[in-house]
Ligand binder design. Structure first.
Ligand code: SF4
Length: 236
């Protein structure tokens, strides 16, 4: 929001910073900008707080240099994946980001390096082991966004519900190829076409899941749901 002019909240100059930014300020003042810029990457200097959850052995909050690779974060810091599973997928910006596959662990986790692959967001990294079922996972994300849509713009208001309904049909074993086509089409009409970013946040997980984990969806088509739904997250 504008700091200098009266275009912010209630027509007043407004500044919004998160805690992660503010906690860097004393260190920059005490040690200097050059010291701070020596951490991380040239384009994205400084530390980053990564919040790691999901199927890792040591979930937690890790403050590391910007640009740390996903592989180092999972295996050097978060203790690897439970029961020595391979990584199947990662949400690097929580559920509001495109899924990364287990082949993309060398992605550097800074704002710019992550962007061709996904979105870092606030650094809420969720790691999924190879046993995870991607379809209920994206259903959960889509249901959340459908519930959170404020309804102000049509692509988000209608699209989030259409996607959640189509995914529910697929998970219930009543899905057809047409449902996958609907999801792709609707998500494409939401991404970057809504008033705020929620429309894109809702589109990205399902678009990336269909691109990278298509067999997970096709396994459901025309069949009763598998008897055992594997857990999405470790806590379940
Ligand atoms: S994109 Fe934002 S403004 Fe539009 S309906 Fe969704 S939440 Fe509301």
């Amino acid at each position: 929001m504008p700091v200098e002019v009266g275009g912010g909240l209630f027509g007043r100059p407004t500044v919004v910073n998160n805690v992660e930014t503010l906690m860097c300020v004393p260190h920059v003042i005490n040690r200097g900008a050059a010291w701070f810029a020596g951490i991380g990457t040239p384009d994205c200097p400084g530390p980053k707080v990564y919040s790691v959850s999901g199927h890792v052995n040591r979930p937690g909050i890790y403050e590391l240099p910007m640009g740390t690779t996903l592989r180092d974060l999972i295996y050097k810091h978060a203790g690897g994946v439970q029961r020595n599973q391979k990584v199947k997928a990662v949400s690097p910006g929580a559920l509001a980001s495109p899924l990364l596959s287990g082949d993309e662990l060398d992605v550097h986790l800074d704002v710019f390096s992550a962007r061709p692959h996904s979105e870092l967001g606030a650094g809420g990294i969720i790691v999924y082991g190879e046993e995870v079922d991607i379809v209920p996972l994206v259903l959960r994300a889509s249901t959340f966004f459908a519930n959170e849509s404020c309804g102000k713009c049509v692509p988000c208001r209608e699209g989030t519900r259409w996607i959640a309904d189509a995914l529910q049909r697929i998970v219930d074993g009543k899905g057809r190829q047409r449902d996958i086509d609907i999801i792709n089409d609707v998500a494409g009409n939401m991404e970057r076409k809504t008033l705020c970013m929620l429309g894109s946040f809702a589109a990205w997980p399902v678009q990336s899941a269909l691109r990278k984990f298509r067999p997970d969806f096709e396994r459901y088509l025309g069949h009763a749901p598998p008897r055992k739904q594997l857990p999405v997250l470790a806590a379940e």
